[in-house]
Design a protein around this ligand. Structure first.
Ligand code: AMP
Ligand code: ZN
Length: 497
């Protein structure tokens, strides 16, 4: 049975989907104004692990990730370049998909773009206006948080957010009352370090500083669309996720994910808008991954302390090593990024690929097996799954896997394991890897010209009985992930990772 930590209830809960066998997930996606940094990819890799583990457990997953292609940053980026918004964002959304592929992140079922869902957002805002959860001020439309009783249930913000809202409304707010931002810093939500940007930074009038914008009045030099109550403008960031998640997943769905910075105000506001409009519970489980840090600070564009995937690939790191590093720390623990950590991840991953090589090169054990490893292998599988069932405890799951690797490697070196047990161990690694996606088993066609030449040289050396040279070439190829097997019918090779 899978347990997941729900930010909404602040505890681990048994995971039960709304519809038997099907899991519907919404994940907050990228704002496409630049290349995503690997902090962003920590969130996407965590979401990929969640998705893959649910599938591993036999669920059918339907997942949606939005592409934010209109906001202050995309608009100013397009303006700076003097090109259309769509041409500007296309470059970065294409780059995003290329990066996903390199990191072996599975494509989700839908990637809706904000600019292609304006009518759905307008409709939702109209409902909120009709139900008096929203008001218009100077051409923009705002959500009135004091009207939504449950405001703050996700982030733990209600005490001061809504009481401050009420105080302002009652015109009782006095000069000595700290501003909303000061209060936010004095009493931050448990994990939403520092709140959010965008809408907060925009200069629009509202009745109450804590209210948030749903629809922004059109500006002359900005893209705009026909809007609610006949007001031309563009959507706020939060409404985009409410409208698109409900369009593809329904008014209530299973899991909503994002990085911890999304908890407040973004997800809090999504809940307010959606539940105010429908009267139904929006997402049932809220999962948030902790930040990727650099020198103990959040990796962020604004701090300039970030690496894009492209930066690291230029330094010759394997994208799967980066995936492994991002994935191998439990998603609710912060991860401090260093190049040293990346090299460590490379070594750990090599242990696993070496193990696969060991299994393959030891296909014909000389002695019959004395001990059965069947139960040992089953135990590793059970321990792995037990750890993953505990809120995706990947560190414990990997520990179970590497313990098995150690035991089997030892048995191989002592020649006390049989062919069938080795095959079982190999199948388990393959099954787990199909879920973790950290090793690639390439097809034979993908071998390079240089390697083909080395294989020919080795064949020749063997024919001439120069076994020293033949073994040297075999080792060289093994380092490149190519395994040579000598069979009665001649030599054959396999490529792994
Ligand atoms: P953004 O494009 O800023 O909206 O971020 C896209 C996703 O990346 C969101 O789910 C963020 O919470 C997440 N994110 C941004 N920075 C980090 C970081 N340093 N560590 C982990 N997740 C992050
Ligand atoms: Zn979102």
């Amino acid at each position: 049975m899978l347990y997941l930590y729900n930010t909404l209830t602040r505890k681990k809960e048994k995971f039960v989907p709304l519809q038997k066998g099907i899991v519907k997930i919404y994940s907050c996606g990228p704002t496409v104004y630049d290349y995503a940094h690997i902090g962003n990819f920590r969130a996407y890799v965590f979401e990929d692990l969640l998705r893959r583990y649910l599938k591993y457990k036999g669920y059918h997953v339907f997942q949606v990730m939005n592409i934010t292609d209109v906001d202050d940053k995309t608009i100013s980026g397009a303006k700076r370049k003097g090109i259309k918004l769509n041409d500007f964002t296309k470059k970065y959304s294409n780059a995003f998909f290329e990066d996903l592929e390199k990191l072996n992140i599975e494509r989700v079922e839908e990637y809706p773009r904000a600019t292609e869902h304006i009518p759905e957002m307008v409709k939702l805002i109209e409902i909120l206006l009709k139900k008096s959860f929203a008001y218009e001020k100077d051409g923009s439309i705002y959500f009135k948080i004091s009207q939504f009783e449950d405001y703050g249930k996700l982030s733990g913000m209600p005490a001061y957010a809504s009481s401050f809202a009420k105080a302002t409304e009652d015109k009782k707010a006095t000069a000595d009352r700290p501003s909303f931002d000061t209060q936010r810093q004095a009493c931050p939500p448990k994990s939403a370090a520092g709140g959010r940007r965008r809408e907060d930074a925009d200069e629009y009038d509202k009745e109450n500083p804590a209210d948030f914008v749903l629809w922004k009045k059109a500006k002359e030099d900005e893209p705009s669309w026909p809007g609610p109550a006949g007001k031309r403008g563009r959507p706020g960031w939060h409404i985009e996720c409410s409208a698109m998640s409900m369009k593809y997943l329904g008014e209530s769905f299973d899991i909503h994910t994002g990085g911890e910075d999304n908890i407040f105000p973004h997800h809090e506001n999504e809940i307010a808008q959606s539940e105010a409009a429908t009267g139904k519970k929006f997402a049932h489980y809220w999962l948030h991954c902790k930040f990727l840090l650099v020198n103990n600070e959040k990796m962020a564009k604004s701090k300039g302390n970030f690496f894009t995937l492209r930066d690291l690939l230029k330094k010759d790191y394997n994208p799967l090593t980066i995936r492994f590093l991002l994935l191998s720390t439990h998603y609710r623990h912060t991860l401090n990024f260093t190049l040293g950590g990346l090299s460590q991840a490379e070594q750990t991953l090599r242990k696993l690929s070496d193990f696969c090589l060991n299994i393959k090169t030891y296909l014909h054990p000389r002695r019959a097996s004395k001990v059965s490893f069947k139960e040992r292998i089953k135990r590793a599988e059970r321990d792995f799954e037990k750890a993953m069932d505990d809120d995706l405890n990947i560190s414990a799951a990997l520990a179970a896997l590497f313990d098995l690797v150690k035991d089997i490697n030892k048995a191989i070196s002592e020649e006390r394991i049989g062919k069938s047990d080795l095959a079982d161990a190999g199948s388990l690694i393959k099954k787990i890897n199909a879920m973790l996606g950290i090793l690639k088993f390439d097809s034979p066609k993908e071998i390079g010209e240089e390697e083909k030449k080395l294989i020919r040289q080795r064949e020749e050396a063997r024919r001439e009985r120069d076994f020293k040279l033949a073994d040297g070439i075999r080792e060289k190829l093994k380092k490149r992930g190519i395994i040579l097997e000598d069979t009665r019918d001649g030599g054959r090779w396999k490529k792994i990772c």
